[in-house]
Write a protein that binds this ligand. Sequence first.
Ligand code: GLP
Length: 267
Amino acid sequence: MKLVICPDAAAARAVAARVIARQIRRKPSSVLGLATGRTMEAIYQLLVREHAELGLDFSEVTTFNLDEYVGLPGSHEQSYRHYMRAHLFDRVNIRSEHAHVPDGAAANPDVEALAYEAAIVSSGGIDLQLLGLGENGHIGFNEPLSALRSRTRAVTLDRATREQNAGMFGGDPDCVPARALTMGTGTILDARETLMVVTGAAKADILARVVEGPVSAFVPGSALQLHERCLVVLDEAAASGLTQRDVIAWQMSHDPELTALLEAVQG
Ligand code: GLP
């Protein structure tokens, strides 16, 4: 695991967007794993700008989103398909048949989950998986107690998740769908690289458990400790619960990959 602690959330988003854009430029036919949530909105905005102003080309890119609410068709305003169209897909030159989101309206979610796994495999596998972090430690919708080796499947959402995501459903947690389709933790760990972006003080405690705590099914994000190429990008607020700051600071100022990344976004 490599960590980059940025002075503020804007810098963290710039680092994340740079890593994604670099991946697309290095391999135009990249397969990207994408995430939703408030943290990602500004990252997608930066990628849209890079597409418009610097010609970042999505024409050969394939994407797979982490998750979708069961019961919501892609046309529903609160669906993650709708979110992705609004923030990215409709604003860059990605081919619609290359932009995959699990189908929340599938008649049989178990069949949809298997098909989604198969589609990831037949695309050649995910090159770079973007991840946020839920306040309860979830990645995708892998809630506490998810098996560390789980695959794409239908899950029951944790109460904390329904409370955290209630804002998009009129503020009422009971209006948030009860179930979701999500890539599994094992599916996520199969990506060649992972990029987790966490900002804000509300996630400081759980982020410390993800990075410094034991690997535990109770904190699904901690599974990333097992990933060989995992970059975690933070702002100071999200990093404020970490106790090993000296170790992290040393790595940040001596690892050539991290110093190059920081220099690039600083100027
Ligand atoms: C949702 C998504 C997660 C995401 C989380 C964080 O629950 N399923 O993949 O990590 O939101 O959201 P935010 O960035 O809004 O805190």
